[in-house]
Write a protein that binds this ligand. Structure first.
Ligand code: AFP
Length: 338
């Protein structure tokens, strides 16, 4: 019989002094994910497909499920009594906990529904979360309270709504996976010590942007595409699901590298993905699984954000591949500086 999420958290509390307040926050996140999972499963039957008719802070059209998932997350987390501020991909400002509810010592950042373009075509989507310690515990948090590097995260993870619903979690001591038992509604531990091999033979990048990439990315991808006959001397396979959760999940299960580089389309944006609720939590999972995660120029976890919705370039997964493409950036930057 597998251990439930509650039992796992109790074990962490006794073996590793996991803060029970942090446990409570993770339970509330898991409850939110369970509710979102039920909505996703029912799709058109629950009337959750299609556009909401609004735009989010990123200027993207919101889907009904984006809005519903955000409301579910905010409500569950606020009621947990463990946070004093929340940042969501869907909301431009820091959200406070309603006055009548207690404040806690943590901050949480989340993307309630990652991979929105997959919702209406019944392809995998997910929720991503990152937990930070509050600088001013139990005080209403402002934007600047969130502006710390991802190294400060005390927990991070995601829930993937695919053929199975799986919750993947790290407290900085390795990565564990839970699968939702649909008959009992319980998350059960199905994998401990999740690890990513250093080498890889699969890559993920949206090649339609190739003409906009920087030179080191073009060089790296060209070498992968040359396969056996090129400098790498082996063939590589490619995948693109357009939901970071699903790409990261695949890498945690069978290896590979995922990239969303910065490009020349809009120089004001240093990448497409958001640092605080996409890149940071995934980078913490990768590093804890023995993989790596960089912006091409520095470890993602060392980036100190200037604003809560900051974007960043992302290279993550197999350590050897991430190091190689990061080295290509370093070489190109050094040549340019001469
Ligand atoms: P949405 O949640 O807005 O669909 O974005 C998903 C995402 O942020 C990330 O999960 C994907 O890897 C990436 O965007 C896909 O971007 P492209 O549509 O440009 O390939």
């Amino acid at each position: 019989m597998s251990m439930s999420l509650h039992q796992y958290l109790a074990r962490e509390e006794s073996l590793h002094d996991l803060d029970p307040v942090l446990s409570r926050l993770i339970v509330s996140v898991s409850e939110a994910c369970k509710e979102i999972s039920f909505k996703v499963r029912n799709g058109a039957l629950a009337g959750v497909l299609g556009l909401a008719g609004t735009e989010n802070v990123q200027g993207e059209d919101q889907k009904k499920l984006d809005v519903i998932s955000n409301d579910i997350f905010v409500d569950a987390v606020a009621r947990s009594g463990s946070v004093c501020g929340m940042v969501s991909e869907e909301i431009d400002h820091v959200m406070s906990v309603p006055e009548e509810l207690p404040l806690g010592p943590y901050l949480i950042c989340f993307d309630p529904l990652d991979g929105s373009s997959n919702i209406d075509i019944n392809v995998s989507i997910g929720s991503i979360f990152s937990v930070l310690p509050a600088v001013r515990p139990k005080r209403v948090a402002a934007d600047e309270d969130f502006l710390m590097s991802g190294r400060n995260q005390v927990a991070a993870g995601y829930c993937m709504y695919g053929p199975q619903t799986q919750l993947v979690l790290t407290f900085g001591r390795g990565v564990v996976m839970f699968t939702l038992d649909p008959t009992t509604g319980t998350f059960l531990l199905t994998q401990e010590n999740v690890s990513v091999a250093r080498e890889a033979k699969e890559f993920a990048i949206n090649c339609s942007n190739m003409r906009h990439w920087e030179a080191p990315v073009k060089r790296y991808i060209a070498e992968l595409l040359e396969g056996k006959t090129g400098v790498r001397g082996k063939d590589f396979n490619m995948r693109w699901i357009a939901a970071m959760v699903a790409e990261v999940h695949r890498i945690l299960q069978r290896g590979g590298i995922f990239m969303y580089p910065r490009d020349h389309r809009d120089l004001s944006k240093p990448g497409k993905l958001r640092l605080m609720y996409e890149a940071n939590p995934m980078a913490m999972l990768m590093e804890n699984a023995g993989g790596a995660a960089t912006t091409g120029r520095m470890p993602i976890l060392d980036v100190v954000p200037q604003k809560i919705h900051e974007r960043v370039a992302v290279f993550l997964g197999a350590a050897d591949e991430v190091e190689l493409v990061t080295g290509y950036h370093r070489e190109a930057d050094a040549a340019e500086a001469k």
